[in-house]
Design a protein around this ligand. Sequence first.
Ligand code: NAI
Ligand code: NA
Length: 396
Amino acid sequence: MIIEPRMRGFICLTAHPKGCEQNIINQINYIKSKGPINGPKKVLVIGSSTGFGLASRITSAFGSGAATIGVYFEKPPKEGKTASPGWYNTAAFETEAIKAGLYAKSINGDAFSNEIKAQTMELIKADLGQIDLVIYSLASPVRTNPNTGVLHRSTLKPIGQNFSNKTVDFHTGIVSEVSIEQANEEEIENTVAVMGGEDWEMWIDALKAENLLADGFTTVAYSYIGPAVTEAVYRKGTIGRAKDHLEATAFTISDKLADVNGKAYVSVNKALVTQASSAIPVIPLYISLLYKIMKEEGIHEGCIEQIQRLFKDRLYTGDAVPVDEKGRIRIDDWEMRDDVQARIVTLWKESTTENLPAAGDLTGYKKDFLNLFGFDVAGVDYQADANEMVEIPGLV
Ligand code: NAI
Ligand code: NA
């Protein structure tokens, strides 16, 4: 069928299999062009189908020759109805990996559940024995705690004061004022329950109890800090509390890994257009300004460039992993450069509906957003009939 983007709010309801496939091929080619990485050989990626997790799986496989297992939560296709983009991404990735002689299998389901953890561990036991890297890259609005059965919902709210600032609707380009009421204690706790480190620790505990972690094991989860303009709603808001918890959990996990000479890290990544970040107020305006500046400076990166740098220049250099004063790996270093952030402050004040097309990179934002769903990808014929019923070769 002919597949076109169908937007609803911050999401796109359709995805293009050929566009997603082309995105994967582009990312694989990028990783190959950067040369081999002396990195992990057996990798589990939790949240492997889109964004940073997908880039981590591609980098492990095509940079370091790793066998990979991916865990994700994606919607399969039905006749006449497309799958979610992560489904097509995974299908394309596993097709290419298998073609290259690399082991690639995956599990589609709720990573927060005991069942999916058990299923994943069975697969590791049967096929890989032990693993040397776990990337934890989930972004979800909800989590059911498997031990209590309680469903937690995260919120994106400031703490201690109401918040008001500019934002942009990136579909229309309209800059407006958004006001968000401060969170109550329960909302803070729920957000920490969803996006904090508890589930990450559960995964590592479970894997360790089954003796599935190789000597020298590493695990990495992703965090964000960001600029002053988003601080009240992001880093000092509910999601920031969850990130504080995630960062603290790295130390808890590291302590538990001493006997396998293992270590847990948090990597602070750059702001990028993903399905997760598009839903956060204020962030799209910031990203559109940031893209403009970073592209002008020649320091713009997408998920794949970020993760290639994480592996090559931070995790697998052969030397100690460089971290900041809080023990975090920083690949948001170029985003947070003083000159970049100084320009953000100025542009932020000046941003209006009228001048944002010139002051910011709204076009780049929109293109990246469409690309997430496989649309507006160079080299893809969108007039051609596309088969929506794509299968994932390594799906268990
Ligand atoms: P994303 O939305 O692209 O990816 C989320 C992944 O989690 C997908 O593979 C999805 O299938 C999977 N997932 C969600 N719920 C699941 C569930 N219940 N069970 C199994 N899989 C599930 O998100 P993105 O942006 O790559 O985020 C990943 C991490 O990176 C998050 O911790 C996020 O906070 C962090 N990060 C994101 C930044 C950004 O600007 N996008 C910047 C810095 C950090
Ligand atoms: Na991800």
